[in-house]
Write a protein that binds this ligand. Structure first.
Ligand code: SF4
Length: 423
């Protein structure tokens, strides 16, 4: 890997030899990250406080979540992509190894090196396995598990305005089965935000969006929701919409720590009841994009999945959102309904997606059904004699949907792999 690849936005760096560990060690500091590279063979990234964030060791990529979970992914010579969650012991091994590499690098850092690099390495060295464990414990006291986010929101600051899912019965989803649905009161949210800010401290500056979790915070009535969004505004500067370029520049200069907006999931089967006027109020309060688990345009398949929405509700919700100037992230569930629904799923999904009011800033996500993560779905499918689609047939479903759709400029199409997520 070339150090140039790590260098846009580079503030400080040092390069030195550290035999026998590495002939060339490179330390780089950017506003959001500390990087350590050994002989272009191993790369570690740490957050500005020194926690391990990502590692690349022997061709395998590791990513650590603040709750201590770690996932790894690698590609075999036949170009197959592999991905799995590490056991606690394996995660500790990666932490221990990365810590050793940081300690040895700090020892070898020349005395005349940029002092900012020494400070950064000292911060990293303070994070041994035990410090990571204690930190994960503290994180778990602040948050209920952050079960999932849309991929473009992985770096958002999550605020658990509500907990759980008010429906919680879709067979393929067990993200929130461990908790009852509740919406915080303004005081509870204030307390949650205080604890979130206390936990993140200076690390808040690496987050520039606010994600209103959990599954469907926006299901709350307007009467409950508006005071909650006002509490969010009390705590965080959120970029106002509709400012002229010069005004926006001034606003940004006055707010060095700021957030570009609010983001959230919304379900179509209750979301469609919000009027354009109500959605506009949310937009005025900073809601910029919402994510809708459309899954499929096939209503028979939706019934099989026990998701209670209709195509008409998806259409009504998305049209109202557009009128309110809120972008949409639409998630399609590839492989849903296996071989039994394969044809109807593709055909009806194309038909529904054709009717949606796409525009710049929208995202179409393709998420593959991952059976070990699919809760009751697998049991229901087996009972119904449905066979799962192998990965190549799910890719084929995506290809057919992709090819059939002519989306306007500015709409992104992206992969949503739930197995990759750690927060
Ligand atoms: S898919 Fe969405 S609505 Fe269904 S149970 Fe999961 S979080 Fe709730």
């Amino acid at each position: 890997m070339e150090t140039q690849a790590l260098s846009p936005g580079l503030l400080h760096h040092a390069e030195f030899a550290a035999p026998p560990m590495a002939e060339r060690v490179w330390v780089g500091i950017k506003r959001h990250v500390i990087s350590l590279m050994l002989d272009e063979r191993e790369v570690y990234t740490f957050d500005p406080e020194g926690r391990l964030w990502m590692a690349f060791i022997d061709g395998v990529n590791y990513k650590r979540g603040l709750d201590g979970r770690m996932v790894c992914k690698w590609v075999t010579p036949d170009r197959t992509r592999h991905l799995r969650r590490l056991t606690a012991e394996e995660a500790d091994y990666v932490l221990r190894w990365s810590h050793q590499m940081a300690v040895q690098s700090a020892r070898a850092l020349p005395a005349k090196a940029d002092p900012a690099c020494r400070d950064a390495l000292d911060r990293v060295c303070a994070w041994d396995v035990r410090a990571h464990h204690l930190d994960a414990q503290q994180f778990r006291q602040v948050y209920k598990p952050v079960s999932i986010l849309p991929p473009d929101q992985y770096l958002a600051l999550v605020l658990q305005v509500s907990e759980g899912c008010h429906w919680n019965r879709c067979t393929f989803c067990d993200f929130y089965r461990d908790r009852r649905f509740t919406i915080k009161t303004p005081d509870q949210l204030r307390e949650h935000i205080a604890r979130v800010c206390d936990y993140f401290g200076d690390n808040l500056r690496i987050r520039n969006r606010l994600f209103l979790a959990d599954a469907n915070a926006l299901v709350a009535s307007q009467k409950m929701l508006i005071p909650l969004l006002e509490v969010v505004h009390e705590a965080f500067p959120i970029e106002p919409a509709g400012l002229a370029e010069e005004e926006l520049r001034r606003w940004r200069a006055d707010h060095p720590v700021r957030f570009t907006g609010l983001y959230s999931f919304i379900d179509a089967f209750t979301g469609y009841r919000k009027s354009v006027q109500e959605l506009r109020e949310l937009q005025q309060l900073g809601v910029r994009r919402v994510y809708i688990g459309v899954e499929t345009g096939c209503e028979h398949l939706l019934r099989f999945l026990q998701k209670p929405q209709t195509d008409d509700e998806v259409l009504r919700l998305t049209e109202a959102l557009k009128e309110a100037d809120i972008a949409i992230g639409v998630i399609v569930l590839l492989g849903a309904g296996g071989d039994r629904f394969a044809e109807a799923h593709v055909r009806d999904t194309i038909a529904l997606l054709h009717r949606l009011p796409w525009g710049p800033g929208d995202i179409l996500y393709f998420s593959e059904l991952v059976e070990p993560y699919a809760g009751e779905y697998t049991h229901h499918a087996r009972q119904a004699g449905i066979r799962p689609l192998p990965p190549e047939q799910m890719h084929e479903q995506r290809r057919r949907i992709d090819e059939a759709l002519k989306l306007p400029r500015g709409v992104q199409r992206a992969t949503y792999d739930i197995r990759e997520f750690v927060y």
